[in-house]
Write a protein that binds this ligand. Structure first.
Ligand code: AHM
Ligand code: MG
Length: 344
């Protein structure tokens, strides 16, 4: 019989700092980007601590305000946003930041050193899960300002397709706090070791299986979906008796970070498609700080991500808070749903 005494550490012992240092100076990781990512990781540790404290620190509940998208802000949304701003404002690596919780971009104040990266984040994704102690997370995306250093930074600098990202990732605050990162050469996962106060590499070159038997979608919206999504889910629900010839399982955490994390760990498909509730909006999720970083991670792990019609990373954004329909995960399933849209 196996007892707990037989369990031991199986990870590499490589900290995020060492991982970044080993890649420092390469084309993928110039020194300023390394420092920026170290600051993101530091901010995530602080957010993780606040999330962990919950009611003990009085950080649960609504803040009584709304963000630019008309969504109620939670105390932790605002706290996480402030932590990220404080961590980056004076580091000297950024030209500006953009956030789900801020109407406009935040240029680095003139009295702080300026850099040429642009950081976007959803400080606390899955806000509806905060009070109920379900996994939530921080999503981030890094772009480069392409105009000269002397040109004042503007929102136009941010409006670049996701394929232009130079780093992206998320930190999930769940049973473990895990930071997941891509620099465009695969996906690495780092688990927060609270004894050391360090993120430690626990999985490298993550791969999503091309096929899956698990789908994630908010089924309560079924009557509002478009025909291709309805067809895909109907076929999954028919299981062994239907044209798919296999039974499917369903999961919906309502935290994109947690749903995408599951997909990176064991495959699956995640969909938050356009629906008829608000026909004028392309979807619920935000392109620049939710869909783009997640799509890049998923592609880097061998999966695929589309809006039903085109690759998400190819979409040219027109607005900072632009929304998009999202279908991502195991490659063959994403291709199937996309085909239902394009060849219907
Ligand atoms: P948020 O950024 O306000 O938390 O909203 C995004 C979240 C995603 O994490 C999740 O996939 C989705 O909203 C859940 O939406 P719904 O409650 O409609 O199922
Ligand atoms: Mg969000």
């Amino acid at each position: 019989m196996t007892t707990s005494a037989d369990f031991g550490k199986t990870h590499s012992g490589i900290t995020l700092s060492r991982y970044l240092k080993e890649r420092s100076g390469s084309a993928q990781l110039p020194a300023p980007l390394l420092h920026l990512l170290a600051e993101v990781a530091h901010a995530c540790k602080r957010i993780s601590h606040a999330v962990n404290q919950g009611a003990l620190a009085g950080v649960l509940g609504s803040a009584g305000s709304e963000n630019v998208q008309g969504e109620v802000q939670k105390t932790l949304d605002i706290l996480a946003n402030d932590i990220l701003i404080q961590a980056h404002e004076w580091g000297g690596h950024l030209a500006a930041m953009g956030s789900e919780e801020m109407d406009n971009i935040l240029p680095i104040p003139k009295h702080y050193p300026q850099g040429n990266y642009l950081l976007m984040f959803d400080p606390l994704d899955g806000s509806s899960n905060i009070e109920v102690n379900v996994s939530i997370g921080t999503i981030f995306s890094v772009l480069q300002k392409t105009t000269s250093a002397s040109t004042e930074v503007s929102v136009e600098d941010f409006l670049q397709a996701g394929s232009k990202q130079v780093a992206a990732g998320y930190c999930v605050y769940g049973p473990q706090t895990t930071l997941v990162l891509t620099l465009g050469q695969g996906v690495a996962m780092f688990t927060l070791d609270r004894d050391q106060g360090e993120f430690v590499l626990t999985q490298d070159q993550v791969q999503i299986p091309a096929d899956t038997k698990e789908f994630a979608i908010n089924m309560s919206n079924m009557r509002h979906w478009d025909a291709p999504v309805k067809r895909y889910v109907d076929e999954c629900l028919q299981g062994k008796e239907g044209i798919r010839g296999k039974d499917f399982n369903m999961r919906w955490i309502a935290s994109m970070v947690a749903d995408v994390h599951r997909i990176l760990m064991r495959g699956g498909i995640f969909m938050y498609p356009w629906d008829k509730r608000e026909p004028g909006k392309p979807g619920k999720l935000r392109l620049m700080y939710e869909a783009n970083p997640m799509s890049w991670l998923v592609e880097q792990a061998g999966g695929a991500a589309t809006n039903g019609k085109q690759r998400i990373l190819d979409i040219q954004p027109a607005h900072l808070h632009e929304r998009v329909s999202v279908i991502l995960g195991s490659k063959n399933e994403v291709e199937r749903v996309t085909t239902y849209h394009t060849k219907a």
